[in-house]
Design a protein around this ligand. Structure first.
Ligand code: PMP
Length: 387
């Protein structure tokens, strides 16, 4: 037998999956690990997809997605985020934000190109870079800076080989955000270096304490930005697999070349669901966001009270407490917590080396579920925290 490609052989399995396979084998586990909304997709959104199917909308769409959907995306982004993209040639509807990450990397990279990634960050970025022949260069984000990207760190990471940087704010796993003023300081560096910025904004609607900001709001660098977004998190639509890419016409048509051969088009029923989501789904988004906010406040205050130092995350549905005072590694902490109290969290080092000493807790669970898990974590700490 011929060998599997070296690049694929060398890809590490996701640290999240590894842990959950373990958790699934134990009975009575309370999980705080999952990275998807606990809400079902609002029914009127499902109904629009069912209506479309029952009226024969079961065929391929345009490669870039239904024009009606692209127009709705374009209007939504202009009104909500002051981001301006032409539905005809600057938007591609993708199979989740996940396809967007892959398309962006494969479109931008030649072998050996460097891509700057945050550490810690979402687990899919480094594999996407490596599969496209690129090399990851990491910037360590720090708790004392609220896990923001600082201008000096960006400047230092850029080399003549840098092709792009991948950012994700609000951030999985830290919940960190960047404000408009934070981005303002990065703009001259991005402009001068000419690098592309792949901005994964999938958690844009889950911004709690300040308005969502984006580099795509800055006209002087807009052509260098590729925005990834989608319906999974904001509208509780993970299983529909629908996202989109916003970029300059030139980059968009290059990305569409790959998309048309590999995917053809995103699922048609999901596209009809998404049209309804953008037209009438904002009340649902607000309701879910308010629920997440209440849960965040409860979780952060309980974690701090029980002795786990937890920065207030301003977005997403994750908190990223430090477990350093227990003297355990992140993996030890999560393994013992699972074994002794049957609570599953994700070790911070699953998201990169700088995540060591932290754990990721998701609050995409009911209040009741979160309270029970907190009781168990508190009991665990009483046995393990060093006074
Ligand atoms: N980006 C980030 C930061 C995510 O957390 C996720 C999902 N966990 C994705 C992208 C992928 O989302 P989608 O369901 O749109 O593929």
């Amino acid at each position: 037998m011929k060998q599997i490609s070296k690049t694929v052989q060398e890809l590490k399995p996701s640290g999240i999956r590894k842990f959950f396979d373990l958790a699934n084998e134990i009975e009575g586990v309370i999980s705080l690990g999952v990275g998807e909304p606990d809400f079902d997709t609002p029914w009127h959104i499902c109904e629009n997809a069912i209506h479309a199917i029952s009226h024969g909308k079961t065929h391929y769409t345009a490669n870039r997605g239904l024009l009606e959907l692209r127009k709705a995306i374009s209007e939504f982004h202009a009104l909500r985020y002051d981001q301006h993209y032409n539905p005809e040639d600057e938007i591609i509807v993708t199979v989740g934000g996940s396809e967007g990450i892959d398309l962006a990397m494969r479109t931008l990279l030649d072998p050996g190109d460097e891509v700057i990634c945050m550490d810690p960050n979402y687990v899919a970025y480094a594999p996407a870079v490596e599969l496209a022949g690129g090399k990851v260069v990491s910037i360590q984000l720090k708790e004392e800076n609220d896990f923001k990207l600082l201008p000096d760190d960006l400047k230092q990471a850029i080399t003549p080989k840098t092709k792009a940087i991948i950012i994700n704010f609000p951030s999985n796993p830290t919940g960190g955000v960047m404000t408009y003023e934070d981005y303002e300081k990065l703009v001259p560096i991005i402009k001068e270096s000419g690098i592309y910025v792949v901005s994964d904004e999938i958690y844009a609607e889950l911004s709690y304490d300040q308005p969502f900001a984006s580099l795509a709001q800055f006209e002087e660098v807009k052509d260098q930005i590729i925005v990834i977004n989608g319906f999974s998190k904001a509208f509780a639509m993970t299983g529909w697999r629908l996202g989109y890419l916003l970029s300059s016409k030139e980059v968009s048509s290059a990305m569409n070349k790959i998309h048309q051969y590999v995917i053809m088009c995103a699922p048609v029923n999901a596209q009809y669901a998404a049209i309804e989501a953008l037209a009438h789904g904002m009340d649902d988004v607000v309701k879910m966001r308010n629920d997440y906010l209440d849960r965040r406040n409860l979780l952060v205050s309980r974690l701090n009270r029980m002795g786990l130092k937890t920065n207030m995350p301003h977005g997403t549905f994750y908190v990223f407490p430090s477990i350093k005072q227990t003297g355990m590694t992140s993996e030890e902490f999560c393994a013992k917590l699972l074994e002794e109290e049957k609570v599953a969290c994700v070790p911070g080092n699953a998201f990169g080396q700088s995540g060591e000493g932290f754990i990721r807790i998701s609050y995409a669970y009911s209040m009741d579920h979160i309270k029970k898990a907190c009781d168990r974590i508190e009991h665990f700490l009483q046995n393990h925290i060093k006074q």
